[in-house]
Design a protein around this ligand. Structure first.
Ligand code: 13P
Length: 262
């Protein structure tokens, strides 16, 4: 059975003082929970703080973005090796906000995925369609093209390595991000099955092991309906990851739904 995973994406929020208070509350609240995995992806300047406050706890940490390049003259970019230097376990890749606002493409996301693996990081590869794409009935085609970018560009060897590193896919329809409008559990489950099928066509055992998270307005009230779905292996949480009580509640729900599924 796949173990559930809840990842907080703080996005561009926080300060040294706020982070300390948030991490202190979250780690205290999660201390006794052990049948799911937890992590937070923090802004790059706070990686050192996350490392010093989270090491030795059951909450891992990660970056929100990885450069497609290994090193070089790319002002403002953060390399996979830099994230590894600060003890990151995870790296978000291809988040829709970066695809839309910073014009990251399937090609750059695939290259970043390869860089993350090379540095020993676990990539959390984000896919999802926009509202216009859903309304036009092309959601599956869009997600398939995002998946193909990693499956075909990197090849099965890389994909097997990705699975050893417990690579994660996150389905985040951008119309559900920060809007309060969540995909229904049935909509999310259907897309998760579709994503798993894309992988199964190449390798069924890899498909069975990859964790697929749902992201987009997950909150303590809707988490359990989402997490009980058989192909939803946890959540990628934006707004509610900034509120310790809400984040802890969502993590608790992941543990409870794991127990039910088990
Ligand atoms: P919200 O939970 O705020 O909708 O954000 C989801 C997200 O983008 C996580 O990466």
């Amino acid at each position: 059975m796949r173990r559930k995973l809840v990842v907080g994406n703080w996005k561009m929020h926080g300060s040294l003082a706020q982070n300390k208070a948030l991490i202190t509350s979250v780690t205290a609240g999660l201390r006794d929970l052990d049948n799911a995995d937890f992590a937070v992806c923090v802004p790059a300047p706070y990686l050192s703080q996350a490392q010093s406050l989270l090491q030795g706890t059951n909450v891992a940490w990660g970056g929100q973005n990885v450069s497609q390049h290994e090193y070089g003259a790319y002002t403002g970019a953060v390399s996979a090796r830099m994230l590894a230097d600060f003890g990151c376990t995870y790296a978000l890749i291809g988040h829709s906000e970066r695809r839309v606002l910073i014009h990251e493409t399937n090609t750059t996301a695939a290259a970043s995925f390869g860089m993350a693996l090379k540095a020993g990081l676990t990539p959390i590869f984000c896919v999802g369609e926009t509202l216009e794409e859903r309304q036009a009935g092309v959601s599956e085609a869009v997600v398939a093209s995002q998946m193909i970018a990693i499956l075909n560009t990197l090849g099965m060897d890389v994909l097997s390595k990705a699975v050893q590193l417990r690579a994660v896919i996150a389905y985040e329809p951008s119309w559900a991000i920060g809007t309060g409008r969540t995909a229904t559990p049935e909509q999310a489950q259907a897309m998760h099955v579709f994503i798993r099928k894309q992988i199964a066509e190449r390798d069924a055992s890899v498909a069975g092991r990859v964790r697929i998270l749902y992201g987009g307005s997950v909150n303590p009230s809707n988490a359990s309906q989402l997490f009980v779905m058989p192909d939803i292996d946890g959540g990628l949480i934006g707004r509610c990851s900034l509120n310790p009580d809400e984040f802890i509640e969502i993590c608790r729900t992941a543990c409870e739904t794991s127990a039910v599924a088990g």
